[in-house]
Design a protein around this ligand. Sequence first.
Ligand code: HEM
Length: 198
Amino acid sequence: MSLKLLVITILYAVTSALAQTHAWCDPDTPRCFQAIESSDLTIAAAFSNSTTATDFVGEIISPVSNKWVGVSLGSRMTNNLVVVVGPSSPTAFVASARMSSGFQPSMVYPIAKITQLSGSRTNATHWKYVFRCERCLSWTDFTGTPHTVHPKSQVQAVTWGTTAQPSNPNFGFSIPDTKLLFALDVASARTANYSSYF
Ligand code: HEM
């Protein structure tokens, strides 16, 4: 096998192994998204039709055994915007936008604004956090390098943990054991109804 063919074969194997989002509608609200459903988690996102908008609406459904879930909006942990959220009580959530410059605890990224939306709740088995993330589709990392979520398709990462109940936006947590990478179909997650989501 030629080197070129070998590289193409490996690339195909890697990309085809990546979890892909699919169309998914929240059963309790009129919102529809692109989502992955894996490890008893649902990670969903919806975007406006404007490719220059910098906000999106997200939804995270997690088993109550997870105290927090974090979603990196880029394919890696470092220098990417990471949304971290978990319930602070049976009726409230703490969410924050974070960024880390290396493999170390992240800091709050104050430019992004996360607003909790209707439909967020906790029941006996799962919590659900619905949010709008403004100034979240492009960011500048600590080295001054700009990043953007790709307007058509973006590899993202999700992690979660069963310890460290969130108490404030800067709450600390330990290195997650499991990471799930997935390809978010941003183009298919665009909706003309976007402004009705919040
Ligand atoms: C919600 C938050 C987090 C997300 C989404 C996340 C995501 C990731 C991902 C995707 C990687 C693979 C390498 C890369 O692509 O950069 C990684 C590696 C790593 N992360 Fe995180 N991470 C999170 C939190 C943390 C925290 C809090 C720590 C440390 C206190 C940490 C420490 C590390 C270390 C040491 C590695 C390299 C070793 C390994 O792969 O396990 N991470 N992380």
